[in-house]
Ligand binder design. Structure first.
Ligand code: IMP
Length: 423
């Protein structure tokens, strides 16, 4: 049986949580494969909004098993908080939520190191969510990390101490003003580890292999977006994992030839939180309207998101790198009332017209080249069928499909799971 992937194609916050929630009824297993609590997946149903950070978005579906894969980094303190927030739903976590023994742990000192590293960078800071993501992946690839399964070993606290001591020395090295009480943070951390240990730790690659043998359906849920990929994103303003399709293979132990559909999610416009290049960014009323109507504030940090026109150069690149087979366009409703829509179809880069993402986007060297499209006035939020969509929106969709050469199968017209139009 095949594995399907669901990925964000821009700089994150495309609305993956909602779509996974809509799609989950078709899958037996939902698996997160990278990232950690830097993600904020928002789900809305029955008038209530839920934000998940590490727990996969299939958690509310009765029969779905939710798996946190080996490629994910887990902060036990945030994880416990997430579980507490879900307590009122009476979900059977022991049955529904599985954790890979190979997933790495975010230690309190990883978070402190993240803060120290960012503070030391001054204006060049990445705009990290400060959840300790970068330092944890550094320890993973540096072969110093502590994995979930290690907490079952008798000597793991000795290893913890050695690593935390090293981190403290590194924090001193940064020589920045970071206030903290490590003893307090550690108390919290170790008690959260005990809560984590109440869940089931598994060898998830084996579990997924057996599940495939038994004909179970699996959806791999990406976090962040393709343009934040450590290799293919706008480096160094990226996150520290592979957010693109290949990340699902390494982050779950799924073989590449087992992947079938690759669902690519994008917003009808573009947003970015944190620093880094964003060629189509708007500083005018259009951008302000996107931010206000689209409620563009980070689900994890609450920071306002930068807003801009849709960038097809970047989107095509993401479609290409991921091998996207179906597209899903989110937040079309936010653009209702715009008199015009601009779509970036090429860049003027150092005097040349280019249609690919260059090695380095220095903002001063890139000017977007736009195609202007008509806007629409109609409120989309009550629409339920694709035949109801206004002509100008259909023209916009047709234009994107032609440029991207992949069908747009879902148009989302509001945050609720019901506000989803299939084409
Ligand atoms: P980090 O992964 O927390 O270190 O953050 C690195 C960059 O990725 C920053 O610009 C963050 O704002 C951005 N980022 C990380 N996670 C997300 C996300 O889930 N959505 C959008 N941006 C994110």
């Amino acid at each position: 049986m095949a594995v399907d992937l669901l990925l964000g194609l821009q700089w994150g916050d495309e609305g993956k949580g909602k779509i996974v929630d809509v799609l989950t009824r078709n899958y037996d297993i939902i698996a997160r494969f990278q990232g950690g609590p830097n993600a904020g997946h928002t789900l809305e149903f029955d008038g209530i909004k839920h934000v998940l950070h590490t727990i996969p978005s299939g958690i509310f579906h009765e029969n779905a098993i939710n798996l946190v894969g080996n490629g994910v980094v887990i902060d036990p303190v945030i994880f416990r908080k997430e579980l507490e927030n879900l307590a009122k739903f009476n979900l059977d976590f022991h049955k529904k939520l599985l954790i890979s023994r190979k997933a790495h742990l975010i230690l309190p000192t990883h978070r402190l190191l993240d803060a120290a590293s960012e503070a030391s960078k001054g204006k060049a800071k990445i705009g990290s969510t400060l959840k300790g993501i970068g330092p944890t992946y550094m320890d993973k690839t540096g072969r110093n990390g502590i994995r979930v399964g290690d907490t079952e070993l008798p000597d793991w606290k000795v290893r913890y101490r050695a690593l935390a001591d090293k981190h403290e020395a590194m924090i001193d090295f940064y020589n920045v003003d970071i206030q903290y009480n490590l003893a307090e943070l550690e108390n919290d951390f170790f008690s959260a580890i005990e809560s984590l240990k109440k869940l089931r730790f598994i060898d998830s690659e084996e579990y997924l292999y057996q599940a495939q043998q038994e004909g179970k359906t699996i959806l791999a849920e990406g976090a962040q977006g393709s343009l934040l990929d450590i290799d293919f994103g706008t480096y160094p303003y990226v996150t520290s994992s592979n957010t693109t399709a290949a990340g699902a293979c390494t982050g779950l132990g799924v073989a590449p030839n087992k992947i079938k559909e690759v669902f690519g999610i994008f917003k009808a416009y573009a947003t970015r939180v944190g620093s880094g290049p964003f060629p189509t960014e708007l500083f005018d009323d259009y951008g302000a309207t996107m931010g206000r109507v689209g409620n563009e504030f980070g689900a994890t940090t609450g920071r306002p998101r930068r807003c801009g026109w849709l960038d097809l150069v970047a989107l095509k690149y993401a479609v290409q790198v991921n091998g996207v087979t179906q597209l899903m366009m989110m937040k079309g409703d936010v653009l209702s009332g715009f008199d015009k829509l601009m779509v970036c179809t090429a860049y003027n880069y150092k005097g040349d017209v280019i249609t690919h993402l260059p090695y380095n986007i220095e903002e001063q060297n890139v000017t977007p080249i736009y195609t202007e499209m008509k806007g629409w006035k109609e409120d989309l939020t009550k629409m339920t069928k694709h035949t109801e969509l206004p002509q100008a929106l259909n023209d916009y969709i047709d234009f994107l499909e032609k440029e991207l050469e992949v069908p747009i199968k879902i148009v989302s017209v509001g945050p609720d799971r019901k506000q989803t139009i299939h084409r």
